[in-house]
Design a protein around this ligand. Structure first.
Ligand code: NI
Length: 172
């Protein structure tokens, strides 16, 4: 396993549309393990493969990484098959948009289908943080960042903040 570099906006690779996984094999499981390690190393709760530059429909998540017991979740080729009419607003952040947190509105409940680590089809009903995180990560598969859900003004302020933070880091 290896910790991989996480791409940050506005890296154009983050806009790529990820490809469907054809076979869940050991290579794919190795990719997932690298994703988990990279996510834990960065103190994140979710990561899409494209964030480490791999355009495959693979997501990892752990909503409980700091409370001792790990709860790793892997989603391969996830698909939302139902969304509620109710919406929920939650504050979101992203490892590819460091240090920026903004409110995003999304369906409050969803039902998703995906393949697990053994390539078996699973169904999941989600609400709360799980629903938010899954929708956020699935957006990455379409090249969408949570910033794209904000008003133009809020997005450009966030991107400027991000560029400034990057410059400061580079100049030390
Ligand atoms: Ni993200």
């Amino acid at each position: 396993m290896a910790v991989r570099t996480i791409l940050t906006a506005p890296d154009p690779r983050l806009k790529a549309i990820s490809q469907t996984v054809e076979t869940v094999d050991n290579n794919l499981r190795r990719l997932a393990d690298d994703m988990f390690e990279s996510m834990y190393a960065a103190d994140g709760i979710g990561l899409a493969a494209i964030q480490i530059g791999v355009a495959k429909r693979v997501l990892v998540m752990d909503l409980n990484p700091k409370k001792g017991e790990k709860e790793p979740r892997l989603f391969i080729n996830p698909k939302i098959v139902w969304t509620s009419d109710d919406v929920a607003v939650s504050e979101e952040g992203c490892l590819s948009v460091p240090d920026i947190w903004e409110d995003v509105e999304r369906p409050a409940q969803i039902r998703a289908e995906y393949l697990d680590r053994d390539g078996r089809l699973q169904t999941l009903d989600a609400e709360g943080l799980l629903a938010t995180c899954l929708q956020h990560e699935m957006d990455h598969l379409e090249g969408i960042l949570f910033l794209d859900h904000l008003s133009k003004l809020k997005r450009s302020i966030a991107l400027r903040k991000l560029a400034k933070a990057k410059r400061l880091k580079e100049t030390g």
